[in-house]
Design a protein around this ligand. Structure first.
Ligand SMILES: C[S@@+](CC[C@H](N)C(=O)[O-])C[C@H]1O[C@@H](n2cnc3c(N)ncnc32)[C@H](O)[C@@H]1O
Length: 292
């Protein structure tokens, strides 16, 4: 792992500030755990920000999938349930939407008769075979190291002719000049290092969006297709505030792997600077169909 001299210089894990950051995030983190649990006290706010900036684009893509009244759908890793609600309206009273998540605390609030809540882990719990006309998963596979196996399992849960649509993120390296988060080279390098640490230890992939199409084809899905979209973002935007909160929740990962709390905080604060401007995460939509 590469770290800037700035980071090394700042290591002060015993500092009162580091201790207060651990208290703020509320728990110690162990390698291999899902680092962005929905049980975190600010999880609702974080997931709402994710929905605020993602839903308009996602709903455009879902419109193109020609989802029909009466279909049976799965929202895999449904989070706060915004997509579940959209699918519920689309399939109507004769359809069904299964909202699956390993932490269903927010989904329990959905009061729609055609929505069924499934508390399941996509890695360890089997899915029903050939049940669904349409399966959707947004920003879920990027959190699951076994994502290739999960694509196979989702493909198995499709009816013949059923459609799988996965939305996942990707990033370009922040070293590319136009992709910099900031003109401050040290801060930029630190951000890149934090991402590398999350990829190495935090179970997150910032490239899964680009990989899914290959998993789709290997799982036997046909007409597999993918395209991407990257919004330009500014400090204080929903994406910036979501990244600001995510970095707070992920702070135990960084502290455990030798970062200084003040350094993480400095990167976090950048996203609240209204003069900040940067390319947002690339959002990759992959679709494929189970053969008839
Ligand atoms: C970043 S959130 C995305 C939520 C929602 N799809 C959205 O885009 O608004 C990731 C969600 O996936 C869930 N998740 C992560 N790993 C999972 C697993 N192995 N099985 C089931 N759900 C999982 C998390 O609990 C969380 O709700």
């Amino acid at each position: 792992m590469h770290r800037s001299g700035f980071v090394r210089k700042g290591i002060a894990l015993g500092s009162a500030f580091a201790a207060s950051m651990l208290l703020t995030v509320g728990h110690l983190w162990a390698d291999g755990q899902y680092a962005l649990s929905n049980q975190w006290e600010k999880a609702r706010e974080r997931l709402q920000l994710l929905e605020d900036y993602s839903n308009p684009y996602t709903f455009q893509q879902l419109e193109q999938a020609s989802i029909q009244k009466g279909w049976t759908c799965l929202d895999a890793g449904a989070g706060l349930g915004g997509v579940t609600r959209w699918l519920s309206d689309k399939v109507g009273p004769d359809g069904q939407v299964d909202a699956l998540d390993m932490e269903t605390v927010f989904l329990e609030e959905i009061d729609k008769p055609n929505v069924h809540i499934l508390k399941k882990n996509l890695v360890t719990d089997p899915l029903p075979e050939a049940k669904y006309d349409f399966i959707f998963a947004r920003d879920v596979l990027m959190h699951i190291p076994e994502r290739e196996e999960v694509v196979h399992s989702l493909a198995g849960a499709l009816k013949p002719g059923g459609i799988l649509m996965v939305e996942d993120i990707a990033i370009l390296p922040y070293g590319v000049p136009y992709q910099r988060l900031t003109d401050d080279a040290v801060l930029n390098t630190t951000m890149q290092n934090l991402i590398s640490t999350l990829e190495e230890y935090g179970h997150l992939s910032f490239h899964s969006g680009y990989k899914n199409i290959f998993y789709f084809e290997d799982a036997g899905l046909v007409d597999a297709n993918a395209h991407s979209f990257s919004p330009f973002a500014r400090g204080q935007s929903s994406e910036a505030k979501m990244r600001h909160l995510s970095l707070l929740q992920l702070t135990p990962v960084f502290l455990k792997h030798g970062y200084n709390a003040e350094t993480v905080e400095q990167v976090r604060q950048h996203f609240l600077n209204e003069n900040a401007r940067f390319w947002g995460f690339v959002r990759v939509i992959t679709t494929g169909r189970k053969p008839l």
